[in-house]
Write a protein that binds this ligand. Structure first.
Ligand SMILES: [Zn+2]
Ligand SMILES: [Zn+2]
Length: 354
């Protein structure tokens, strides 16, 4: 077994504290990664606070992991010691179902094995998965991503969740020069979505509560910016968009936003609010609109997204924080006080725990 140190929540809503645990010894297809950086996703906060009701403790969060391969199992062919790599939202899947066979492991019918707060089975033994707020992780090479050369390591960590969360629906709904696209929310997910959508050539509008983010939205590549605190925005933009992607993780009035879609327009939900959202049937029937959902992307598409970002010099705007500041960072995320993603300086700050 491999001794690992990190930060864990020991019970719901309690601050994360230092925690020692063991990773499995390397199996033939595993790589051992020394974690350098890990992004803080809003879903980490939801799960530490057990807001989705499915958390088990102790819980080491973190699924935006980047680091260096330091050891490989006997049968590993994809990676060698010294490679820059990443691990995203899941570390395994059944590999047999239709979605898995199509490279859509995130929709595995038996359930993808999430990077933390899940149970994994190896050699008939089950153990809880633990995430990237820790100094090491052992993952089957099939579920590990190569981080291409030009990408700065810390600023590419959030691509592994926030980046692919937007890249995948932008690809699926064919975002490109002919498309009028709106992104609701300019947070961790939204800001990287703007950069990717702009690179794809779409006409990008940011819809945000914070009108003080306008200049930054334009800098990131947005063509338009509208404040959703202004009721006129909803009148002005009626029937305006082909695609709206909702990154908000709080409930919104769907009817107001659906009316901004034109004929055959689609609203894609990627944010995960705690409570139900409702809409009127006529909000979709009167212009053949659709409401859809999307969650992250498969391994192949995530690798494609990393290459895309590498080729176009796209990475995330981050605030690097020591792991000892994680609880403060959580409170700031909840009050939307982050530009635009926290990344934990895992390697440097965990050294002080020894
Ligand atoms: Zn995430
Ligand atoms: Zn499967």
């Amino acid at each position: 077994m491999i001794d690992t140190i990190g930060y864990a929540a020991m019970q719901p809503s309690k601050p994360l504290i230092p925690y020692s645990f063991k990773r499995r010894s390397l199996l033939k297809n595993d790589v051992l990664i020394d974690i350098q950086y890990c992004g803080i996703c809003h879903s980490d906060v939801h799960q530490v606070r057990n807001e989705w009701g499915s958390s088990t403790f102790p819980l080491v969060p973190g699924h935006e992991i980047v680091g260096i391969v330091v050891q490989t199992g006997d049968n590993v062919t994809k990676f060698k010691v010294g490679d820059r790599v990443g691990v995203g939202n899941f570390v395994n899947s059944c590999r047999e179902c239709k979605p898995c066979m199509k490279g859509l492991e995130q929709y595995c019918v038996k359930g993808a094995i999430w990077t933390y707060n899940a149970i994994e089975w190896e050699n008939g033994k089950s153990s809880p998965t633990q995430g990237g707020y820790s100094n090491k992780i052992v993952v089957n090479e099939k579920y590990v991503l190569a981080v291409p050369g030009n990408l700065p390591l810390a600023a590419s960590a959030p691509l592994l969740c926030a980046g692919i969360t937007l890249y995948s629906p932008l690809m699926h709904w064919n975002a490109g020069p002919e498309m009028k696209l709106a992104i609701i929310g300019l947070g961790g997910i939204g800001h990287i979505g703007v950069k990717i959508a702009h690179a794809l050539g779409a006409d990008v509008t940011v819809l945000s509560h914070s009108s003080n983010k306008q200049d930054e939205a334009i800098r990131m590549g947005a063509d338009n910016f509208h404040s959703i605190s202004d009721p006129n925005t909803f009148k002005k933009l009626r029937g305006n968009f082909d695609l709206i992607i909702n990154t908000a993780s709080i409930e919104i009035d769907l009817n107001k936003y659906l009316k901004m879609l034109n004929l055959d327009g689609t609203m894609v939900i990627v944010g995960l609010p705690q409570n139900k959202m409702q809409f009127n049937a006529y909000s979709i029937t009167n212009a053949r609109r659709s409401i859809a959902g999307s969650v992250i992307g498969g391994i192949e598409e995530t690798q494609e997204m990393l290459s895309f970002c590498n080729d176009r010099n796209i990475s995330c705007d981050i605030e690097l924080v020591p792991i000892q500041q994680v609880n403060v960072a959580y409170d700031r995320i909840v009050s939307s006080d982050v530009r635009y993603r926290f990344v934990i300086d895992v390697l440097n700050s965990l050294e002080h725990e020894n």
